[in-house]
Design a protein around this ligand. Sequence first.
Ligand SMILES: Cc1cc2nc3c(=O)[nH]c(=O)nc-3n(C[C@H](O)[C@H](O)[C@H](O)COP(=O)(O)O)c2cc1C
Length: 155
Amino acid sequence: MDATPTTPTADNHNADHHNRAALLLDRPFTLNGLNLKNRIVMAPMTRRFSPGGVPGKDVAAYYARRAAGGAGLIITEGTYIGRDAAAAYLDVPHFHGEDALAGWARVADEVHRAGGRIMPQLWHTGLARTPDSRPACLPKALPASASTALRTARP
Ligand SMILES: Cc1cc2nc3c(=O)[nH]c(=O)nc-3n(C[C@H](O)[C@H](O)[C@H](O)COP(=O)(O)O)c2cc1C
């Protein structure tokens, strides 16, 4: 039998590194009563699949798939708060109003059933809105000229 000790190579060094990262990410995490099964957090990613601002069954299925796939915590895509100047794009889900909140309740239920946790990202686009990116159905809270002047003044 060959008793020669194995010499560390770049390959097995990298493999050790990856195994250690995987073990660390797989450890549960608790903060103020929020119990996560692991430390994998899904970043917020805007999708624009919520007609009228209401997240439907497909949105619930999308997030539940991510939880089932191993995300311990999901931060939702940006969701508009209930202010006139909050919204810039159509089909972004709202985080206000009965229908939208019922939609989110279904999303949360399905994510929990899949073993994950979820929290909303609240979005107020404000001055980042342009005349072109303002949904026609919303009141024009800020004059386009003011918005443009302020935006171009930024570094
Ligand atoms: C399609 C897409 C949509 C995104 N939407 C949001 C969003 O709604 N809110 C947010 O804070 N970040 C958003 N991001 C940024 C991501 O959350 C994430 O931070 C970023 O993709 C990771 O950084 P990197 O792309 O520079 O590697 C989005 C990214 C992508 C690719």
